[in-house]
Design a protein around this ligand. Structure first.
Ligand SMILES: Nc1ncnc2c1ncn2[C@@H]1O[C@H](COP(=O)(O)OP(=O)(O)O)[C@@H](O)[C@H]1O
Ligand SMILES: [Mg+2]
Length: 311
């Protein structure tokens, strides 16, 4: 297969499900969501045991523990760029991300129960190349998680060379993850920005160095990451990754998270590039694929219009 072999998008399956068989990818079986659990577009499907997960989500989660100032999220900017907008009515886009979220939360819950991969609460959003939608997915996913009461999410900008989470959300700059990795005297939790969306926290990328990968691999990195979930074991931590084929930190990040969601841009990601990326990410035990920019809908409307690719 060459870089020019494009991915044909099969119909009538969820974004996660449809990506997997296309690449002979050994993903878990993905049954349909029971009708009674959530009213969803019919063709969108989530992971097994959704009912069980919903039950385990029921107890109130631990109180929020990051104490920094809360900054306003720029909702107008999100609206213009077509993201989920906190506080606005439920959209098809939010529904779609809720389904993705549930699958990831299921793995995180198993991990906490000691029956799955370690650190399933740490989720890397990766892709082979720039521009395939990593930040789009990471930000929307974090907003979808925070949109549900009592959920808590920390969105980490880990694209150290080209951070874009802060500008997407309209948040002020400040020290971040790489600074905390490089300077053991800096407490990483002090770099976390609170927002005016309850349950949504953001950790900036910090100053990039020539040794980003080495800092991530150092023993100190493990301690820094432990601190990010220490006071709230139910918190999900989403890492917006650099492009896998362009930057070595992505492979290192894959080895310190429990789950990796690989974004495949429908009709543009090359199959060979995806396979190379998957091989570089193999330090992560649980890799899921997500098709982005798909234009389909069981109702006859094209999801593309929701995603900003109307036509
Ligand atoms: N499904 C989508 N619908 C609308 N815009 C999208 C979608 N996916 C990505 N984008 C936009 O495409 C551009 C590139 O996506 P981005 O998330 O920044 O890529 P990456 O982080 O992989 O470099 C951004 O402007 C983003 O908002
Ligand atoms: Mg990005």
């Amino acid at each position: 297969m060459t870089e020019h072999t494009r991915i044909a998008v099969p119909e009538e399956r969820s974004l996660l499900e449809r990506a997997a068989p296309r690449f002979e990818f050994a993903a878990p079986p993905v049954p349909r969501l029971p009708e009674a659990t959530v009213a969803q577009p019919r063709a969108t499907v989530v992971a097994p045991m959704v009912a069980a997960l919903t039950a385990s989500e029921a107890p109130r989660m631990a109180p929020l523990s990051f104490s920094g100032e809360r900054h306003p999220i720029d909702r107008a900017r999100l609206r213009v760029a077509g993201f989920i907008v906190p506080g606005e009515p439920v959209t098809a886009l939010l529904e779609e991300f809720r389904l993705v979220k549930r699958q990831l939360m299921l793995t995180a819950a198993e991990s906490r129960a000691g029956i799955g991969v370690p650190h399933g609460e740490r989720i890397l959003i990766a892709s082979a190349h720039p521009g395939e939608g990593k930040t789009w997915v990471a930000v929307n996913l974090a907003l979808a998680i925070a949109a549900e009461k009592d959920n808590e999410v920390l969105l980490v900008d880990a694209d150290f060379a080209k951070p874009s989470v802060l500008s997407t959300l309209g948040l002020p700059g400040g020290p971040g993850l790489m600074d905390a990795l490089a300077d053991p005297a800096l407490a990483v939790e002090d770099c976390v920005l609170g927002t005016d969306v309850p349950g949504l926290y953001v950790l900036p990328a910090g100053q990039t160095t020539h040794s980003d990968t080495e800092f991530l691999a150092a023993a100190h990195a493990a301690r820094v990451l432990e601190r990010l979930s220490a006071q709230s074991p139910s918190r999900l931590i989403i890492f917006d990754s650099p492009p896998v084929l362009a930057a070595s930190p992505a492979a290192e990040l894959a080895s310190i998270v429990g789950q990796t969601l690989v974004v495949v841009r429908a009709e543009s990601t090359g199959e060979a590039a995806l396979k190379d990326a998957l091989s570089l990410l193999s330090g992560c035990e649980d890799i899921k694929l997500l098709l982005n920019g798909v234009q389909f809908s069981p109702t006859g409307r094209r999801f593309g219009s929701y995603y900003g690719y109307g036509g």
